[in-house]
Design a protein around this ligand. Structure first.
Ligand SMILES: *Cc1c(COP(=O)(O)O)cnc(C)c1O
Length: 224
């Protein structure tokens, strides 16, 4: 093994306070790397491509909790609906509806996060705070018995400026508080704030993250 997955995983885990969970982002890394982390007790893994994920699911232990963290096309939902543990990057009502439909077919309730777009980069997916309010105000989601909205996910801008990153995470946290109070005050399950990646997760934790998605720092650089 090229990378000391075990050592890196331990290092990352040792810096996470109580209440912050690790999604080990294994996209583009081989199954052996996942097995190595699994042997250390890691159970939540993040993938962002349906075909790669489906392939890995077949090879790897059944009790892995797979999080879909990438942009998900509606026509791919049916493939992952039978087993996916969480779909982290829901960025449209259309996608939410398709998840409801496929979750119902599978006889499951699927946990999802709404993906917020706060970063300045236009390349990033996600709902602006206004679009997110609109989606929630529309109310259709309340009828979706097979979908459970558990919180928000976001990516900060890929910049060196720590202040900018901190501002973006803080904006996300404030928006989370607003949404929690307005739509999910009585829903205990609406509690997840998925922010923080290899380069910025310590800042994310300071800004209220409950779930960090860390890949490179554990598994090394991805080979695309
Ligand atoms: C790839 C990816 C990550 C992990 O990025 P690293 O910089 O390797 O930690 C986190 N979140 C999302 C949405 C990703 O696509």
């Amino acid at each position: 093994m090229e990378y000391d997955v075990k050592g890196n995983l331990k290092d990352v885990l040792s810096t996470l306070p109580d209440g912050v969970r690790l999604v080990a982002v294994s996209k583009f890394h081989p199954a052996e790397y996942i097995e190595e982390a699994y042997r250390e007790g890691q159970r939540i893994f993040g993938e962002s491509h349906e075909q790669e994920l489906s392939r890995k699911v077949k090879e790897l232990p059944e009790d892995i909790q797979w999080h879909f963290i990438g942009h998900l096309q509606t026509n791919k939902v049916k493939y992952i609906a039978p087993y996916i543990s969480m779909i982290e990057a829901v960025d449209s009502l259309k996608l939410l509806k398709e998840i409801q439909k496929q979750a119902e077919k599978s006889g499951r309730v699927i946990d999802v996060l709404l993906e917020l777009h706060i970063a300045e980069e236009e390349t990033k997916y996600g709902l602006t705070p206004d679009a997110c309010r609109q989606l929630l105000d529309n109310g259709e989601w309340e009828q979706m018995k097979n979908v459970r909205i558990c919180g928000l996910m976001m990516m900060a801008s890929n910049v060196d400026d720590e202040n900018q990153i901190r501002n973006e995470f803080t904006t996300a946290k404030l928006f989370f508080d607003e949404v929690k109070q307005k739509y999910f005050a009585d829903a205990e399950y609406f509690c997840e704030r998925s922010w923080g990646m290899s380069d910025d997760y310590p800042i994310a934790i300071e800004c209220g993250s409950t779930m960090v998605r860390v890949g490179t720092r554990i598994f090394g650089p991805r080979v695309y």
